[in-house]
Design a protein around this ligand. Structure first.
Ligand code: C2E
Ligand code: MG
Ligand code: MG
Ligand code: MG
Length: 286
């Protein structure tokens, strides 16, 4: 590997920082317009039963293909949308689009699966965020069997009491509320104590190294045990190979999600999958 030293290295990193800032500035300037232009879409990634391999739910993941620029990922633009405040409009769009799609799927006879959307902590800073979620679902005639939520980020802990009340109401109405990225800095054990949740999703960093690293394996197993002792459904994200799946099945993890089974894909491909025209990964058979 080439070694960068002295002033050359400083210039190299300054240039990288500069490029990064230019790109952020560009994306930020384009975000709102992109929303108006319909440049966003939702992709869906199946979650399958670890025991049976059956597709149970779909996680909705936002995608942005700028009409005039390079492809970008949510990890890049969600934080920008959060800082600029556009996350609220973007979040409304995600709920609306997930509902529209789910209504279409129900009409086409796909009745089994639920669609879970991601809601970041920053979105819940707006006190009526969850009420708007409920209103949108009601307007589409949808309920807890149709749409669920995945919560991320630590802002929750500072969130308003009204948000907590709304969350409790959703919980009592039977909504699926998953704690995302469980085990990372963003979601910790205290969340399980303080927040009404029905499921936890073990962060993919623990899944990734579980086959080779005893510590990751221990954390993964511990998370599954805690989840089950609390009566929660446990989901593993980022499952990429048979070794990981085998461990998760041995530990009685409920649901698994990851490239080993399916990548996130456009609604059309999901339809073909649900229609049975496209087989999933053979990982669960045999
Ligand atoms: P997340 O909710 O934890 O979503 C899982 C991420 O892991 C997704 O990245 C997914 O494409 C990726 N993934 C799935 N299976 C595998 C695998 O086997 N291996 C690897 N390496 N990765 C896998 P994506 O779509 O880029 O999303 C990144 C994050 O952006 C999400 O993490 C979520 O926090 C956020 N996000 C995505 N869509 C939305 C949205 O509509 N609203 C909000 N607020 N946040 C969103
Ligand atoms: Mg998620
Ligand atoms: Mg996650
Ligand atoms: Mg994650």
């Amino acid at each position: 590997r080439a070694k960068l030293e002295g002033r050359g290295a400083v210039r190299f990193f300054q240039q990288k920082l500069h490029d990064e800032l230019v790109r952020q500035h560009y994306l930020l300037a384009r975000l709102e317009e992109a929303l108006d232009n319909g440049e966003f879409s939702l992709h869906y990634q199946p979650q399958v039963s670890a025991a049976s391999g059956r597709i149970e739910n779909l996680e909705a993941l936002i995608r942005w293909e700028p009409a005039d620029g390079p492809m970008t990922t949510p990890a890049e633009f969600i934080p920008l949308a959060e800082r600029s405040g556009l996350i609220h409009r973007l979040g409304d769009w995600v709920i609306e689009e997930a509902c529209r799609q789910q209504v279409e799927w129900r009409a086409k006879g796909f009745h089994e699966h639920r669609v879970d959307i991601n809601v970041s902590g920053r979105q819940l800073v707006r006190p009526d965020a969850l009420k708007r979620f409920e209103d949108t679902l009601q307007r589409h005639g949808l309920g807890p069997r149709d749409i669920g939520i995945e919560l991320t980020e630590n802002v929750l802990i500072e969130s308003d009491e009204t948000v907590l009340e709304d969350l409790r109401r959703l919980y009592h109405r039977g909504f699926h509320i998953a704690l995302d990225d469980f085990g990372t800095g963003y979601s910790s054990l205290s969340y399980l104590k303080h927040f009404p949740v029905t499921a936890l999703k073990i962060d993919r960093s623990f899944i990734h190294d579980a086959p080779t690293q005893p510590k990751d394996r221990a954390i993964m197993e511990g998370a599954i045990l805690i989840g089950h002792r609390l009566g929660l459904e446990v989901v593993a994200e980022g499952v990429e190979n048979a070794e990981q799946l085998s461990l998760l099945r041995d530990m009685h993890c409920d649901l698994v999600q990851g490239f080993f089974f399916f990548r996130p894909m456009p609604a059309q491909e999901i339809e073909r999958l649900l229609s049975g025209f496209v087989g999933g990964h053979g990982g669960l058979s045999g």
